[in-house]
Write a protein that binds this ligand. Structure first.
Ligand SMILES: *Cc1c(COP(=O)(O)O)cnc(C)c1O
Length: 384
């Protein structure tokens, strides 16, 4: 049967019908009053989602474009930065920073483990000359399903007082609390195909006052991603270049849905789904990949023992048309990941868990008793 695909990957995530329909129209002129109204409205909505009064700028590009913009707009050649790396996306931060010739000190943690805030404290306290210009981290490390302790790391950055904090919040924004102004986060990057519930194609960068001050002296090369241009146009509810107009239609509709649900309710739902998914995997006897207590509310990574994770994923896709994510790099075949980010409801969680159990049965690795995962998920969904 066609058209029954269920996306349970950490991006692209499912898109609600009303968001799909909002896009199904001719583009309008991006210099028109009608479009300016949409920019004005989405700007307010984005500030609401980001819990900030500052600019949230919209780029035509994926999340990585937002990450790159986050670096090149506030740093200068040879600047020293601390980069957290405990997975594929932490690695990406390191690569982007190195591509621009920054002096990168990598703070590593094993895949599956969270970054240790103490490592940041030590490195920042050792920097008496205040040469570290930025601390760059991934909040929710999608590759391993680990959520890093942004609040604690940020406190150490604030104690240093000179360094900016630059955050990849691609799979945490819209899934868990990221109070940008309250915490004083300087640069926060995200992408449309994750918690926003819209298709890929937009990147977002929230920039605070200290980041704008750094922008003035930043000398890394930039043209299309120069956020100064976007800020200037944003003041007129406009864009410097042709924006992804139909994705703006989607953005307005999706953010309206999010506002109707409410931030607290959205966070609660994601936390409930993490709880249900992890409880189910444990009941089935499938070990979790992320260390205990630091599972991401957006994604659960599972590390089956004695059975190929890719095989489980293939059967779930072929038999039930539910797409789970595989393991990246050395985790391929060892890990599968269940996305529960964005437009995901309790029923989706129950279906995914049931499909995994059925796949295991087909592979002669059924849990004992069969249905243990569904029972655990149902109980968890009820309890919170
Ligand atoms: C998806 C994702 C990105 C952005 O990737 P793109 O493919 O460029 O959109 C960045 N960081 C994390 C943690 C992600 O999950």
């Amino acid at each position: 049967m066609q058209d029954k695909l269920s996306l349970m990957i950490p991006g692209p995530t499912p898109v609600p019908e009303r968001v799909l329909l909002a896009m199904a129209r001719h583009p309008i002129g991006h210099r028109s009053a009608e479009f300016q109204t949409i920019v004005a409205r989405t700007t307010e909505q984005l500030q609401w989602l980001h819990q900030t009064k500052n600019n949230v700028l919209v780029l035509a590009g994926s999340g990585t474009a937002a990450m790159e913009a986050g670096i090149i707009n506030v740093l200068s050649k040879g600047d020293r930065v601390l980069c957290g790396d405990n997975g594929k996306f932490g690695e990406r931060w390191v690569k982007v920073a190195q591509a621009y010739g920054l002096d990168v000190q990598v703070i590593k943690a094993e895949w599956g483990q969270p970054l240790n805030p103490e490592d940041f404290r030590e490195a920042l306290e050792a920097d008496g000359a205040k040469q570290i210009k930025a601390v760059i981290i991934t909040h929710s490390e999608t590759s391993t399903g680990v959520i890093n302790d942004l609040e604690s790391i940020n406190k150490h950055v604030k104690a240093h007082a000179e360094a900016l904090i630059i955050v990849d919040a691609v799979t945490s924004l819209g899934a868990t609390d990221v109070p940008i102004d309250q915490w004083g986060l300087d640069v926060v990057c995200s992408g449309s195909q994750k918690g926003y519930m819209i298709p890929p194609g937009l990147g977002f960068v929230a920039m605070g006052d200290r980041a704008w001050a750094a922008h003035k002296t930043s000398n890394l090369p930039k043209f299309y991603l120069d956020l100064g241009k976007y800020r200037k146009s944003a003041a007129d509810n406009s864009n410097p270049f042709t924006p992804a107009i139909n994705l703006y239609f989607a953005l307005e509709a999706a953010l309206e849905m999010m506002q109707t649900e409410g931030l607290e309710a959205i966070f609660k739902r994601h936390h409930r789904h993490r709880h249900a998914t992890t409880a189910a995997m444990q009941a089935i006897g499938l070990p979790l990949y992320a260390a205990a207590g630091c599972g991401s509310p957006a994604i659960t990574a599972v590390a089956p023992q004695g059975i190929d994770a890719e095989l489980i994923r293939k059967v779930v896709k072929k038999r039930f048309n539910i797409l789970l994510a595989g393991g990246q790099d050395h985790l391929k075949g060892h890990v599968f990941r269940i996305g529960h980010l964005g437009f995901v409801c309790d029923r989706d969680i129950l279906c995914a868990v049931a499909a995994i159990e059925a796949a295991l049965q087909e592979l002669d690795a059924a849990p004992n008793p069969m249905g243990a995962g569904v029972a655990a998920a149902a109980a968890a969904l009820q309890s919170v």
